[in-house]
Write a protein that binds this ligand. Structure first.
Ligand code: DP6
Length: 329
């Protein structure tokens, strides 16, 4: 094989029911199923070029050449693609995200979804979304959801073959807005991969996992029925349950800042007054505020005025990971 190249685009996603903890850390088989909304506007573009003259895989992220753990994770995904395609060429991977790495939005979901789709096409494989989702999962758990667009459910499964994401509803099924309230731009101290390994040290993780079927069902139905009030209640409950596990792990993980709690209380008060808004928080201090389009502008300007708020980033439901023309838009 000489030079085989493809570019793909993928979006991050916000988990409405969170993935926290693994049954198998290496394969990233999650302790529980999860549901997310893929986010438009924010995106990662990745070009993979397999070339028989390369001596090793290379990775450039936002114009900075990478070594160490991030390159190793990329090589693991490339190895799976090489095995399926029965090729041995090394690859050059160039990836750019339009959201700063320090903005508190994980780029691993969009990054590994874009990598899997671009690498599969560059290796001339024609894989179905389920297969691409499984491959992306090996790179980063939440990336398996970013392969699909709109509202997505990751079926936890028990092994590599039955742990993948499926679309629950199309991107245009329900226009929810995610206002990401940035209260810290720095990198988090403990990343998700290390955090997942601590989950089982909390006595609350078992109860959280056992209760997942209930939360998934409520969330799934609320999305299908476009029932904001029910969605809001379960999304906040699920986020609080994950953070309760984080705070009671050993060592404990406390991701919130005082400003995080200010935003949480603010959102709850607004909902009491009748506004369709709720919060959810990932492994960091920034707060995702979900609302219906009616409240977007009013809410955004109110959030921007809160003390300690650095920025508010807007997203609507986004599309699936997809191939784009080389160097294309
Ligand atoms: C809190 O998918 O980032 O955002 O599989 O180790 O890459 P790795 O972890 P990652 O974990 C996401 C955790 C979360 C919740 C979620 O997105 O479901």
């Amino acid at each position: 094989m000489s030079n085989q190249i493809a570019s793909a685009i993928a979006h991050p996603n916000i988990a409405l029911i969170k993935y926290w903890g693994n049954k198998d850390h290496e394969l990233r088989i999650p302790a529980n199923g999860s549901i997310s909304m893929t986010l438009d506007k924010l995106e990662t573009r990745t070009t993979v070029s397999f070339n028989s003259s390369l001596i090793e895989d290379t990775l450039t992220l936002n114009q900075v050449s990478q070594n160490g753990p991030s390159l190793k994770r990329v090589c693991t995904v490339l190895d799976i693609i090489r095995k399926i395609a029965d090729i041995s060429s090394k690859a050059e991977v160039i990836s750019e995200s339009n959201f700063p790495l320090g903005a508190g939005i994980a780029s691993s979901a969009s990054g590994f979804a874009a990598l899997s789709v671009a690498a599969a096409t560059a290796a001339q494989l024609d894989l179905k979304p389920i297969e691409l989702s499984k491959i992306a999962r090996i790179g980063s758990g939440s990336a398996c959801r970013s392969v699909l667009g709109g509202y997505v459910e990751w079926k936890a499964g028990t092994n590599h073959d039955d742990s993948y994401a499926l679309q629950l509803a199309e991107q245009d099924h329900w226009e929810l807005i995610d206002l990401v309230v940035i209260v810290e731009k720095g990198h988090k101290t403990i990343g998700s991969t290390s955090g997942h390994k601590l989950a089982e040290t909390s006595p609350y993780q078992k109860a959280r996992v056992q209760d997942t079927k209930r939360r998934l069902e409520i969330c799934r139905n609320a999305i299908l029925l476009k029932d904001f009030h029910t969605l809001a209640t379960i999304v906040e409950e699920d986020s609080n349950m994950m953070h309760a596990v984080m705070m009671t792990s050993n060592p404990q993980l406390l991701y919130w800042k005082p400003e995080t709690i200010t935003v949480m209380k603010f959102v709850q008060d607004l909902r009491m007054e009748g506004m369709e808004v709720c919060f959810t928080i990932d492994a960091g201090p920034n707060v995702h505020c979900l609302c219906t389009p009616t409240y977007k502008d009013e809410l955004s300007s109110m959030l921007q005025q809160l003390p300690g708020v650095l920025d508010v980033i807007h997203s609507s439901p986004g599309g699936a990971a997809r191939i784009i023309p080389l160097n294309g838009v």
